[in-house]
Ligand binder design. Structure first.
Ligand code: DNO
Length: 357
């Protein structure tokens, strides 16, 4: 297990590589070229410059989150092959720079969704929260129009202003995309990139849908163990893997998180480990990483990763905003550093217990 932190690049992130380097046990970053829109090629020189910047601070790039998939590929539009060809070139360029773990998602229109980006917990920290009742009662366009304001000036992943500007057209473009069609389009994409991934040893790690159920009448296909296994079986090759995101799958309390990990040996290429607190069905708030703070058993999650031989990158996920930090919501330094130390502590204890037996 390689502990990392997500880092958006020096132009966008409030956290510096120097700070990340000082978190004990953190060996590197998960990063991306945040300014390149979905569908465009990632140039090799930009990737190499990013790599050099990270390595100059004695850190390593353990993977990319995300090389985003253009909507034409998800919709299955006539021009999808052009965007798939661009995606393949980006993968080749990443592999040439030695970066072979790639996270992506296949969520229609938008990425993760929360109804509150700064809900105050009893300790005075603020967190992301979600309430299905708000989603059910709000007009879709109003929700998206308000999003730029909710983000307090930060560009949030998956909610880039240029996407929000064309949200109506995007919804229109997805109107005939059923769950089956979205699944078929994912399989078409995976089969098209398979030769490149296998040639370069690239591990593709699909991120679950968050929350793990359809919202705004859009289909979601990466929401449960059964649905993930269906994708894994449809393209049954090791390159086709998963980003195991505890916080996303865990939005649905019926998902048995350690059980999911154990059902996917060798197919989890990247892990997001965090916690949240279920309040009632469809209503939850994020919390600190500790098991005692939320609804998940983090010990069992790390143990399942350990016992299935997971050796990929792990990152703490959304953190609370604490200690008056000014940063991109959920992506500050302090609480994610605490999360990383906690996960590493669990891992050390599990490892010592296993090897001493
Ligand atoms: C949110 C993140 C997601 C994730 C993408 C992966 O904080 O977990 O934006 O990076 O869904 O493509």
């Amino acid at each position: 297990m390689n502990m990392t932190l997500r880092w958006y690049g020096s132009k966008f992130d409030t956290v510096t590589l120097k700070q990340i380097r000082q978190i004990p046990g953190v060996k590197g970053v998960i990063t991306m070229l945040y300014d390149i829109p979905a569908g465009e090629v990632w140039p090799l020189d930009r990737i190499e410059a990013l790599k050099a910047e990270v390595e100059a601070e004695d850190l390593k790039i353990f993977g990319i989150e995300s090389v985003n998939v253009h909507d034409s590929i998800k919709i299955g539009s006539p021009d999808r092959d052009k965007y798939i060809a661009n995606y393949i070139t980006s993968l080749e360029n990443l592999a040439k720079a030695g970066i072979t773990t790639v996270c992506y998602n296949f969520m229609p229109v938008f990425d993760w969704t929360r109804t509150d980006l700064a809900k105050m917990l009893s300790d005075g920290s603020t967190v992301f929260a979600y309430d299905q009742k708000i989603i059910d009662s709000i007009d879709r366009d109003t929700f998206f129009n308000q999003s730029n304001d909710r983000f307090g000036g930060y560009v949030m992943p998956g909610w880039e202003p240029e996407r929000l500007a064309k949200i109506k057209e995007l919804f229109e473009a997805y109107k005939d995309v059923t769950e089956n069609k979205l699944f078929d389009n994912l399989i078409y994409f995976l089969k098209a990139i398979q030769p490149t991934c296998e040639k370069y040893g690239i591990k593709m790690a699909i991120h679950p849908d968050d929350p793990a159920w359809p919202i705004f009448n859009l289909p979601r296909i990466i929401t449960s163990k059964e649905k993930v296994l269906k994708v894994m079986k449809a393209v049954d090759a090791p390159f086709n893997g998963l980003t195991f995101c505890a916080g996303s799958f865990g939005t649905n309390p019926e998902n048995d998180l350690p059980g999911m990990i154990r059902a996917l040996p060798g197919r989890i290429h990247f892990a997001h480990v965090r916690n949240l607190h279920h309040i009632e069905p469809g209503v939850f708030e994020e919390t600190a990483h500790l098991s005692s703070e939320g609804s998940f058993d983090l010990y069992e999650i790390v143990k399942a990763l350990y016992e299935t031989g997971f050796e990929g990158p792990v990152r703490p996920d959304h953190g609370r905003m604490i200690w008056d930090e000014v940063a991109m919501p959920a992506y500050g330094l302090y609480d994610r550093a605490i999360g990383a130390s906690y996960i590493l502590g669990l891992h050390e204890a599990i490892d010592k217990n296993a090897t001493r037996k």
